[in-house]
Structure formats: C-alpha cells, structure tokens
Design a protein around this ligand. Structure first.
Ligand code: CP
Length: 321
C-alpha cells in the first residue's frame, strides 16, 4: 500500500508539498537521529534494495549521507563514478538514466548542474528518484534536514523569524527552504546584495533586505549561504573583502539577532567570505555540524518511504497483469 500521507514515488522538490506531507517526513526522520547515534534498533528495512548515487556535480555531505543512510538500512549502494563512466564518452543524461534503469535499481539519487534535469530523468525511469540538488532550482533533503534541526532545537517552525543570507540568486538550498519554511508558517527574510537576490522573490512571500544590520534584527535563525562563484556569469560582488564587511556573519552583526539565535550553514563554508570562523565554530550557537548529522536521519526516512511506495506500485502493477 502507498503511504497514505505521502503517496509519491519521487522526491523532486519541496514546492507543492503540503504541511502534512512535510511534517510526516520530519516525523519519520526524527527517531532515526537517536538510532544513528547508538546504532541500536537499526532496521534492515532496505535489505535487498539497490540505491544508485548519480552525482554529476561534486558533493561531500549529500552523497556520503545518502550512502550511509542506505547502508544503515541494509541496502546495497552503488556510487557511479561519473568521470570514468560513459558520460565521459558523450552519453547523455537520459541515456545514462535509461541504461541504469534497465538494471532494475530501486532508487536513483541524482545531482545535476542543470535546473530541471532530475525531473526530466524521473520521467524516463520506473524506479524512485530523489533530487540531490539540480542547478539553482531545489535541494529538498537539505531543506528537510534544516527544518528537522530547527524543529528539534526550537520545538516548532511556525512563527520563527528566519534570515537566509548571501548568494540567494544561485542557491537551490534557499529555494527549497523558502517553500518549506513558508509552508510551515515561518517568517522568512532574505538578506543579500541586490545582485544576489532573484527578481520577484517577494512574490513567494519573503521580505528582502540589502542591509544585514536591519535584516537580522530579532531573528531566531540565521542561515548563511556560500557565494557560488561557479554558477555566476561575471562578477556579482565587488571583492571578497567588501563582501565580508557588509554581508559576512561576524560577532558584531550576529548581536542584532535574538541573543539565542541559531547559526546555520548548509556547507561547504567559505570562512572569511560569508562567515567568520569565530561564529561558525561557536558551539553554543552554531548548529552546522548538527545539520550534517541530521542529514543522515532525513535521508534514511526518505529512502525508506520511497522504497516502500515503489514496492507498493510494483505490487499493484503485477497484481493487475
Ligand atoms: N549541503 C550540500 O549539499 O553539501 P554537499 O555539496 O557537500 O553535498
């Protein structure tokens, strides 16, 4: 039977998910945090299933945590080495996906530099597909792990003031977080230079600021983003020094947020560009390592749920034929 709350076969984005669906994913992930810490009560619910990590862009956290999550649930994991695969001989994304699909994997976890590429791929295969980040579009499991981190620290998301600061224009993390946080009732502020704020972002329901000192006032959560030079055409910031002076999080700017405001960053961090080491490593306030830890729990829950839904779909098909 398909999961009654989340009856989907793919996780391609947060956009369009209901509060009930998002909270269900967070509720499923929560118990895995403790199971991961002490490794007791671990289940083998994905025994015999095959997960393929197909990453066309670099990754440390997402790829490794999907691999760990799958292994902890007893699945087999294949990490495609894109550089030594037939992609290097010119095979297309779709041909690669169709080829892998012919080997009957259960889940493909895909990261790709083009926005929309993972959705396109999902239409060509009959296994579950998880978006591990597509261009500047979405990174749904990052937003879920961010939400789980906030919810465990603050017991709620509704009503919190969350500042998302930095290179919002190129950030799939920001976009997934907008959808998730607004759906769950948070107040979302974007703080960035004008050149790094996407046009019409206010239409989503976020407030925009070009001054950190105004935007951070009374915030509960300060989420910093990396300057993504690899996605920029031309220079959108004057210099690293200037950027850090006006938009880098340091102790003085942080003092404008609530005294117990949490510091978050999806990683990888550019220390001295968007964040000062002094605040990144302040373990009273910074939950950056906790975000990484909770990423494994979120990915366990998502893999387990989609694998169950896929099995239900396959059962229905074979019963009907
Ligand atoms: N946050 C994130 O997606 O990190 P990686 O690029 O290391 O996976």
């Amino acid at each position: 039977m398909l999961d009654p709350v989340f009856p989907h076969c793919h996780l391609l984005g947060i956009e369009g998910l209901s509060p009930l669906e998002i909270n269900h994913l967070l509720d499923l992930a929560d118990p895995y945090v403790e199971i991961n810490r002490n490794r007791e009560n671990a289940s083998e619910s994905l025994k015999g299933r095959t997960i393929v990590n197909l990453f066309f862009e670099n990754s440390t956290r997402t790829r490794t945590s999907f691999e760990l999550a799958a292994l902890r649930l007893g699945a087999n994991v294949i990490n495609m080495q894109i550089g030594s695969s037939s992609v290097a001989k010119g095979e297309t994304l779709i041909d690669t996906a169709v080829t892998l699909n012919a080997m009957h994997p259960d889940v493909l976890v895909v990261r790709h530099p083009q926005s929309g590429a993972v959705k396109l791929l999902s239409e060509k295969v009959n296994c579950a597909v998880i978006n591990g980040g597509d261009g500047s579009h979405e990174h749904p499991t990052q937003a879920l792990l961010d939400a789980l981190t906030i919810r465990r620290r603050r017991s709620k998301i509704e009503g919190l003031k969350v500042a998302i600061c930095g290179d919002v224009a190129h950030s799939r993390v920001a976009r997934s977080n907008f959808y998730l946080l607004l759906t769950l009732g948070a107040e979302v502020r974007v703080i960035a230079p004008r050149t790094l704020i996407p046009s019409h972002v206010e239409k989503l329901g976020v407030q925009t600021f070009n001054d950190m000192r105004k935007g951070l006032k009374d915030c509960d959560i300060v989420m910093m983003l990396r300057v993504q030079n690899e996605r920029m055409t031309g220079s959108l910031i004057p210099s690293v020094r200037e950027y850090f002076r006006f938009f880098g999080l340091d102790r003085e700017k942080l003092s404008l947020a609530k005294p117990d405001a949490l510091i978050m960053h999806p990683g990888p961090m550019n220390r001295g560009v968007e964040i000062d080491s002094d605040v990144a490593d302040d373990f009273e306030r910074s939950v950056i390592r906790e975000q990484v830890e909770l990423g494994v729990a979120v990915r366990m829950a998502v893999l387990e749920l989609l694998a169950k839904n896929l099995a239900a779909t396959r059962t229905n098909v074979s019963a009907a034929s």
